[in-house]
Design a protein around this ligand. Structure first.
Ligand SMILES: [Zn+2]
Length: 217
């Protein structure tokens, strides 16, 4: 494992805003040096450059991260994961991940771009541990995958908050009939009205529509 140390990525300083260093929800302290495995670092940098562009907001003032490489088991211990707590742009309210339900369009627009580059993204709706940050790693491909609870939760949140489809079961991770109907409205043509037509190309189309709906363009 070759670890790269850095305190800026994609032109933006890394900050830290968790106790006892600084309160969550602030810009916290930075630039702060963190470490990532070199290939993951390169993937993340491409992802963030794409995010600055697709969001049409440009490079932010700082990226608040709860952690990158840490000496523990799992992807963080391999230097192939980052926790993103918040993004602060100039002349914009900050995007604080814990506010996801109240800032859902921007939150899901950003997540859609993260998902174009990183196969594993755990978000606000995944579980309580992820209500205050996105966990992102490259442990799985960015492709569509049936039965992926994290993808289904993201899809349902986007269908509800970005495209305005009421889902009676809520954001429950279950790819049931209401979710399928809403998805059909967003990405399928009348000739392919079936979830079986869902594949990685359609998934990318869905992600792109979320980005466009969230940020325009
Ligand atoms: Zn994590």
């Amino acid at each position: 494992m070759v670890l790269v140390s850095f305190d800026h990525i994609a032109g933006v300083p890394i900050h830290y805003a968790r106790q006892p260093v600084a309160p969550y929800g602030t810009q916290g302290k930075g630039p702060r040096t963190v470490r990532l495995e070199q290939n993951f670092h390169a993937t993340l940098e491409r992802c963030l450059l794409d995010l600055w562009k697709r969001s049409q907001l440009g490079a932010p003032e700082c990226l608040v991260s709860g952690g990158c490489y840490v000496e523990k088991a799992g992807r963080h211990g391999e230097g192939r994961a980052i926790d993103i707590d918040a993004i602060w742009w100039k002349d914009q309210p900050p995007l604080i991940t814990r506010n996801a339900p109240f800032d859902a369009r921007r939150y899901l627009g950003v997540e859609a771009v993260l998902r174009m580059h990183l196969g594993m993204v755990l978000n606000f709706w995944y579980n309580q541990a992820h209500e205050d940050h996105w966990h992102c790693d490259d442990g799985t491909a960015t492709d569509w995958a049936y039965g992926s609870r994290s993808r289904t939760l993201f899809m349902q949140a986007a269908l509800s908050y970005v495209f305005g489809h009421a889902l009676p079961g809520g954001i429950d991770g279950d790819l049931g009939p209401a979710t399928r109907r809403a998805l059909t409205d967003v990405i399928f043509s009348p000739s392919e009205k079936t979830i079986r037509a869902m594949d990685s190309a359609k998934w990318l189309t869905f992600l792109e529509r979320v980005v466009t709906a969230a940020f325009g363009g």
